[in-house]
Design a protein around this ligand. Sequence first.
Ligand SMILES: Cc1ncc(COP(=O)(O)O)c(C=O)c1O
Length: 416
Amino acid sequence: MSLATAQQLDAQDALASKRQLFDLPAGSIYLNGNSLGPVSKAVKQRLQTVVDLQWGDDLISSWNKHHWIDLPGKTGGKIAPLIGAEVDEVVCCDSVSVNLFKLISAALARHELRFPDNKATILSQQDNFPTDLYIAEGFTQLLGSARVELITVTEQDLESAISNKPTILLLTQVNFRTGAVHDIEAITRFAHQQNCAVIWDLSHSVGVLPLELDAWQVDYAVGCGYKYLNGGPGAPAFSYVNKSLLDKLQQPLQGWMGHKAPFDFAADYQADTGINQLQCGTAPILSMSALDAALESFADVTVADLYEKALGLSEVFLESLASSGAADSLQLISPRDASKRGAQLGFSHKDAYAISRALAEQGVQTDFRSPDILRLGFSPLFLSYAECWRAGATLARILEEKLYLEQRFSIRNKVT
Ligand SMILES: Cc1ncc(COP(=O)(O)O)c(C=O)c1O
């Protein structure tokens, strides 16, 4: 593949105009949209309006006048079509970690209604994103090992572990290291046959992988607002609960914003009847407004088109990289078959950290994931095929010339 071929792909790219929605720094190729999506012009403008005119001029009346109070539901409603859900099944609030706690607890409460005497088990994957495991572990510690236990297995052993009928299956669709993708529909169906509730973490899926949560009869899901959705650092996450489970949903973080009438200030908690009951405290309106504005860039695109482009970008990168023999020193840990991976690639190399720093110095932003993974995200809203070709060529040159061996590239930052 030549640069000219990549440029031809750009000329035919129906999503190319989306790039103008973002203010990306000149000379930078941003392969980090899977970690922190870039700021869009709409977000900048919205934040300015919220700070200057809403908070600034209208102060507290903004809760009603500018509908701040409705933002968690409204923003969730914008995410709903991206995940194949109805608008009243999704709410934005808190972080993925906190939402997982609520949903694990909700799933367990429902199980205990049916089987009050059974010890429960939560099944997850050993290489799931650590926060998912930490939250599940903390949850089991809170309730005690006589009541609930966390079991983790390798991906290879998942199917047989699900056959053992765990109470809750907690999985992330796209493996954060390798990009390998789980078949949500098939796994959910199999888990349901075993009477097991499923919670999906869609942090590396939402906004880039086609999802049909309602059609696939998913029970619960969570996902990040700051990755492919471009909601900004620490953007609120979202929770999805299948409508069939909203009735009698019970979650322990009973903050006043999940109450059915928070401004009655009643002493007793009465949960809102809908998805709103997953809210806890006051929404971070600046972050929520940023996420709400960021979602505007998805208004006239299909996720299927975004997915196809993301895979195309990663293929161009791989072909450009492969034109150098030095690429053999990297080991691709992602599935080579594009249909089996998300919008990211991972490579292992003993100097992966130094390579990511050397790339950054050449204007190519990537992630390092401990202990030895170079990770690249192919966010289709703003990346071009030519950029991905150049990134592949830059990496090849860094490897050929061993530029990463320079001492300064091995100094670790606090956030890697
Ligand atoms: C799969 C996955 N789940 C959860 C998180 C963390 O989410 P939060 O910081 O919102 O708790 C991340 C962060 O990168 C992630 O990749």
